[in-house]
Write a protein that binds this ligand. Structure first.
Ligand SMILES: [Zn+2]
Length: 392
């Protein structure tokens, strides 16, 4: 018995010691999402009239991986250099702290914790293994560290003034890359509404309400029940609105979006989604929701991934963008790529091709400028908190 007890104590200590000597696995190498794209189609020949365009995108998952955004990398899609090179001037970097085993179906149970596996294999700080909030704080610290090491080339925006100044300083192919920290779902609050303040203080300026499955705050568009906001979810919205945290309705159930719009006068955005009319999956927005978000002066980010556009080609992105433009106007649609987490229809180097494809589809130059960047910069100039703002 004693021997068994000793073994029970010694084996975990031994495994722990072994683990501490192992280098991080670098999980991104094994999920490299660039593999499915056709690099031969790359071009940086932007349409002449759009070469001065500040491109904006509302969804990159780069913070998940074991690299600094400030360092050039050949993995994934995005880093400071690759984005600046194609005139991406504003990028929302998302903190993904939770993902269940099933992320594809239209009816997803809360089962499994894929992010914990990444945290373990890539040796994130040990506190992140059991805490969604610690994972978010770790992601925030990674972005701020990258900004510090970038000689001013990467900036993390905390206020509308930061964005206005950054845009004034921005130059074609020089940057700086202006970034905003956002959260996928509200798991990082660990379902305690008061934690929103700590996340705001850590630099987060946008938060979703749900991810792939229903939570105690709200139903997910791909959850089992897809219910609206719970009372706790309503308290969360009140808190977010009071402290200046922008509401991201990506992944939120349609009833949840309606509940949010009923509760607040403020615009909301969907950082990365598809359009149900062009890709009939539960996670994508039906026309009724697109109209409501547009009426509220929000913006809808079209994802470049299969789940949003039901395809793997530039034309599939264009079809979704065109649908929103035809339904509500070009002022309410933008880019919500999903860099660095899945195979995408295009990589950053093909963004000029997207601008050209929109022109080819009959979009005016003004409309292309709206879609490629201006709608998103307008949304954040209007909705980021102002500098004097103090959390209450
Ligand atoms: Zn997502």
């Amino acid at each position: 018995m004693k021997k068994i007890m000793l073994a029970l104590i010694a084996i975990p200590i031994f495994l722990g010691a072994m683990y501490s000597f192992l280098p991080p696995i670098n999980v991104e190498k094994f999920v490299d999402p660039t593999a499915a794209t056709d690099d031969s189609a790359n071009t940086i020949a932007a349409p002449y009239s759009l070469r001065d365009l500040l491109v904006a995108d509302m969804h990159a998952d780069t913070l998940l991986w074991n690299r600094s955004i400030a360092e050039p990398s050949e993995l994934g899609h995005a880093d400071l250099h690759r984005l600046v090179d194609v005139n991406v001037g504003l990028q929302v970097f998302m903190s993904v702290v939770e993902a269940p085993n099933d992320v594809d179906s239209d009816s997803i149970k809360q089962e499994g914790d894929q992010i914990r596996a990444v945290a373990l294999l890539d040796k994130w700080p040990y506190q992140t293994l059991g805490s969604y909030k610690q994972r978010a704080l770790y992601h925030a610290s990674k972005l701020f560290k990258a900004a510090e090491s970038s000689n001013g080339k990467l900036r993390v925006l905390l206020s509308k003034e930061d964005l206005a100044t950054g845009m004034q300083n921005w130059q074609v192919k020089e940057g700086p890359l202006l970034s905003i920290l956002g959260m996928e779902g509200a798991h990082a609050t660990e379902f305690n509404v008061e934690n929103v303040e700590a996340l705001f203080d850590a630099g987060f300026r946008s938060m979703g309400l749900a991810h792939y499955s229903d939570t105690e705050f709200a139903g997910s568009s791909s959850g089992i029940e897809k219910h609206g906001l719970t009372n706790k979810g309503k308290a969360l919205i009140k808190k977010m609105t009071a402290i200046g945290m922008i509401v991201d309705v990506a992944h939120l159930s349609n009833q949840g979006i309606e509940d949010v719009l009923d509760m607040t006068e403020k615009p909301v955005y969907s950082s990365h989604t598809g359009v149900y009319a062009t890709c009939s999956k539960a996670r994508n927005l039906p026309d009724s929701m697109i109209k409501k978000i547009a009426q509220r002066e929000g913006v809808i980010g079209i994802g470049f991934f299969e789940g949003a556009i039901c395809g793997n080609a530039l034309e599939d992105i264009v079809r979704a963008i065109k649908h929103v433009r035809d339904l509500v106007g070009s002022e309410y649609v933008g880019l919500g790529s999903g860099w660095d987490v899945a195979s995408l229809a295009i990589t950053p180097t093909e963004l000029p091709d997207l601008a050209q494809a929109l022109l080819d589809q009959g979009f005016s130059e003004k409309e292309v400028r709206d879609v490629m960047g201006r709608n998103i910069t307008r949304f954040f100039l209007e909705n980021l908190p102002s500098k004097e703002y103090k959390s209450i």
